[in-house]
Design a protein around this ligand. Structure first.
Ligand code: ADP
Ligand code: MG
Length: 263
């Protein structure tokens, strides 16, 4: 058999096995192997390395798409000096993702603009990068999806969907009061994941005010019970980062547009 027909067969095998990246890299890798006098093992290792890298990139892109993160934030983007009420060491510890191993929940409590979503997304991003199935949703979106699912007879499938990811972020709990059905959905999602897989939840309401989100204070209490049983809680009480930058701009403007006053 000629060299050329062996080459064509090899291309055919790679295509049949759907090793597209390796097939594409084959001519260049053959050239490289000839030039560098590589043995069979070294050549094959390099060729498969190309395929492994492509598969990993594809998998990561899939996880990233699925996660639906609302922003590209990473934990390293968080300015801890601006928010002294956030324990930097604790955030760094969470960044190792060990908390996913024993299904610890993370609860971020604080007023608007203090970086709750940023921290939640940063943790989710770390989880995606580590190869874990991760999903971000707002409480309102979860409620809407569950409502539609109930109407269309897909409740069980939808509940399985929220049970699936290794990490589930539920953002903005408490911004809107939840109707009884939405509260039931949230309760079921939390119960399903309880002691199995982690939730990162953000809320503007201290746990003492959770009765306000739900019509039924017993549901609120049961939910909190499960959430907090194994959890890390951040009470972020600084001022809004948005307001802070806004104020800095305003101060700068004032300084540059007004003559200093003598008092
Ligand atoms: P929250 O979810 O608490 O309302 P966000 O996480 O959405 O607040 O933060 C509001 C804005 O301020 C975002 O643009 C975010 O990137 C920025 N921000 C908040 N806190 C910090 C911080 N400590 N370091 C850097 N940016 C921050
Ligand atoms: Mg937010």
């Amino acid at each position: 058999m000629s060299n050329n027909s062996t080459y064509q067969k090899l291309r055919g095998h790679l295509a049949y096995l759907r090793l597209a990246a390796a097939a594409e890299a084959l001519p260049a890798e053959l050239d490289h192997a000839a030039k560098e006098n590589l043995g069979h093992t070294a050549f094959l290792e390099r060729l498969l390395d190309v395929e492994v890298a492509a598969t990993e990139a594809r998998r990561h892109a899939g996880l990233e798409r699925f996660a639906s993160l609302p922003a590209p934030w990473r934990l390293t983007d968080f300015d801890f000096d601006a928010q002294p009420s956030v324990d930097r060491a604790l955030v760094n510890e969470l960044g190792t993702l060990r908390f996913l191993e024993d299904a610890t929940n993370v609860l971020l409590i604080g007023p608007p603009g203090v970086g709750k979503t940023m921290l939640a997304v940063g943790l989710a991003r770390a989880s995606v990068d580590a190869g874990y199935r991760t999903y971000y949703t707002t409480a309102a979106d979860l409620a809407a999806k569950c409502h539609r699912a109930a109407l269309e007879g897909r409740w069980a499938t939808t509940m399985r969907f929220y049970a699936g990811p290794r990490l589930l972020v539920i953002d903005e709990v408490g911004y809107l009061p939840l109707a009884a059905e939405a509260a039931a959905a949230l309760f079921q999602v939390i119960t399903q994941r309880y002691l199995k897989s982690s939730i990162v939840m953000t809320t503007n309401l201290g746990v003492g005010s959770w009765g306000k989100i739900f019509d039924d204070p017993t549901v609120a209490a049961a939910m909190l019970d499960r959430l907090l049983h194994r959890s890390v809680v951040f009470n972020i009480n600084g001022e809004s980062y948005r307001m802070r930058t806004h104020r800095a701009h305003a101060d700068n403007l004032r300084r540059t547009t007004q003559p200093p006053t003598n008092t």
